[in-house]
Design a binder for this molecule. Structure first.
Ligand code: BDP
Length: 602
């Protein structure tokens, strides 16, 4: 669990500099780097951009597919003006494991490729000099790690990642590394949650600090910079008369400024933007500010050409423009927490996020689809170790993202195997242990795979609302049989409707692989026409069931996958191509979504 995950800022008390650019890079094929003192100097390194996944830069397959240990290093100048401060390196994401050395000394290790961690260098820094930062990384997949998979050793001795999921195992320093400095006595974290009554909002805040000896004061300002409420102490209530609420696709933000003082001296300051809004699940409705919302949006991936899973502000900007053009109001961070900039975009644009942890591949059918075993995933002896990492990453995700008004819900897993009784103890513990992590107690959920239906899932009691991933028309009952697919879907939904379960259902995945430019009348699978017909089929069904409260087709854009006989250079279920141009279905769906009044479907 990470203690400090505040987004880095520069102000009069704090320093922040992204170390983007070229780093040194080297594969450690024999895992001999440490024994050969690579932490002190990488021998004959090559250049590697950061942030980026290393894979797609290479022109040879051994490098692109490399699985094992590899190193990044950079000389970092640390000015003496930072002396006396707590100096840190904040890694946005290191996929999947990292050991960080500074000036030859090991400082810390971290596991989990999609969340930030802080490395405290204060004791080893050389001021006004170049400091050698070396990171030994590892991108192997294992059943007791997230995301789940195996690492095979081929007969030629080379390792190969065998994911229990389809997205490509893009690896490296996928997000920026920041050099940060904070006062020794500093703001460690804060929380802000809101309640609304009539025309008055109360923002309940808490602040934690690294040392007890300091006074805390907070101010809340509106978008014009006017202070609307102030508070004193490490916890309190800020009362806002006639607040401008954060609403779906109509975002209004307030700035919360926290000041730490001792003997009337300012010792630290931290500002962040928050939104005032409430989220409630009431029966089968999702309510934001007590108004029902119908989710229109996408499952997504952080994926683009050249840099793989790197966070790229340009791609993100384009994705938001595409989502707005479509009339969308939400997305799921399938299948891992995204870069923090994504949430900041969503806060400003009024998008709702279902925030997902990388608990994907918890299903042996996914492994057997790729040549693995056929057994229930939760029968495996790896689940004890896996659980610890799973809980750790949920804890960090909620810790990192809790103050974003855009975060609607937490998705604790994608498509786990819940059709066997052996899943139940794992889920009982997971839902109990994560209950109090979010100060706002937002809904928790997970996606139910095709095999985990109303009839077969043993874990229907756990989610606050349901996310269904369903693929009739593609993985079964495809092509001319799609009418049977529709009938099957309706049969299952009739069972949900007839049950005493009264919770919202959101379709979080459905779709058809579609080759852009392939036209066929009448349609065949893979044609642009078939993708439209499949979406039309699902939409017909959605409109007949009142408890369906959202649709997020798979996927916003085509993305890279493992190679295999199910994929033609990637997953092509995007409404947009990988270079973010529309397929015909995007125009169809846009029309439907723009016709759904604001946020709710009548
Ligand atoms: C679902 C997975 C998703 C895949 C999708 C597909 O959740 O990650 O990309 O299937 O096969 O099962 O397109």
């Amino acid at each position: 669990m990470e203690q400090e995950l505040l987004y880095p800022v520069t102000n009069k008390c704090r320093f922040d500099r992204a170390l983007d650019g070229l780093w040194e890079f080297k594969f450690d094929r024999a895992s001999q780097g440490v024994a050969r003192h690579w932490q002190e100097k990488l021998p004959e390194p090559i250049d590697m951009p950061v942030p980026a996944s290393f894979n797609d830069f290479f022109t040879d397959k051994d490098s692109r597919e490399f699985t094992g240990d590899f190193w990044y290093a950079k000389q970092v100048f640390i000015p003496s003006s930072l002396r006396g401060q707590r100096i840190g390196l904040r890694f946005g994401a290191a996929t999947h494991r990292a050991t960080v050395y500074v000036n030859g000394q090991e400082i810390r290790q971290h596991e989990g490729g999609f969340l930030p961690f802080l490395v405290d260098l204060t004791s080893v820094v050389k001021f006004d000099e170049l400091n050698y930062v070396a990171v030994k990384m590892n991108n192997e997949l294992h059943r007791d790690a997230l995301p789940a998979g195996d690492t095979a050793v081929l007969k030629n001795g080379k390792k190969m990642a065998k994911p229990f999921f389809d997205f490509y195992n893009y690896s490296g320093l996928n997000r920026s590394v920041h050099l940060i400095a904070t006062p020794q006595n500093h703001v460690v974290d804060y929380t802000a949650t809101s309640t609304l009554k009539d025309d008055v909002a109360t923002v309940h805040y808490t602040v934690t600090t690294s040392q007890a000896a300091a006074s805390v004061s907070v101010t809340l300002s509106d978008e014009q910079g006017q202070v609307v409420a102030t508070g004193n102490g490490r916890a309190g209530d800020l009362v806002v008369q006639q607040p401008l609420l954060w609403n779906v696709r109509d975002a209004h933000l307030y700035t919360l400024t926290i000041k730490l003082t001792a003997n009337d001296q300012l010792i630290d300051e931290y500002s962040d933007q928050i939104g005032i809004r409430t989220i409630i699940i009431a029966g089968h409705q999702i309510l934001v500010n007590n108004q029902p919302v119908y989710l229109k949006g996408f499952g997504r991936h952080e994926d683009s050409i050249y840099a793989g899973r790197a966070f790229d502000l340009n791609v993100e900007k384009r994705d938001f423009e595409l989502m707005k053009w479509m009339g969308a109001n939400s997305f799921r961070t399938s299948h891992y927490p995204y870069d923090e900039e994504v949430y900041r975009f969503a806060d400003r644009e009024g998008f709702l996020i279902i925030d997902e942890v990388p608990a994907v591949g918890f299903k042996m059918a996914a492994a057997s689809f790729l040549g693995g075993l056929d057994q229930s995933f939760f029968d495996g002896d790896w689940t004890t170790e896996l659980y610890k990492k799973h809980l750790d990453q949920i804890t960090d995700m909620i810790h990192r993202d809790k103050n974003h008004p855009s975060v609607l819900a937490w998705s604790l897993l994608n498509e786990p195997d819940t059709s066997s009784q052996s899943a139940v103890p794992y889920f009982e513990k997971l839902f109990a242990d994560t209950k109090a992590l979010d100060p706002e107690r937002r809904p928790r959920t997970f996606t139910l795979n095709e095999d985990d239906t109303f009839d077969t899932s043993y874990c229907k009691q756990f989610p606050d609302f349901y996310l269904l991933n369903r693929y009739p028309g593609w993985y079964h009952k495809w092509g001319y049989e799609i009418s049977d697919g529709e009938a099957g879907l309706r049969e299952e939904l009739d069972k949900w409707a007839a049950s005493d379960i009264d919770k919202p259902v959101v379709f979080s995945e459905y779709g058809a692989d579609t080759e852009p430019g392939l036209h066929k009348l009448p349609s065949v699978m893979w044609s642009e026409e078939y993708q439209i017909e499949l979406l039309q089929m699902f939409n017909r069904v959605f409109d007949d069931y009142d408890f369906i409260r959202g649709e997020q087709p798979w996927n916003l854009a085509d993305f890279q996958t493992v190679e295999g006989n199910m994929r033609v250079n990637g997953n092509k279920k995007g409404l947009f191509t990988r270079d973010r141009q529309p397929k015909s279905a995007a125009f169809y769906l846009r029309k439907r979504w723009l016709g759904i009044d604001h946020n709710f479907k009548n």
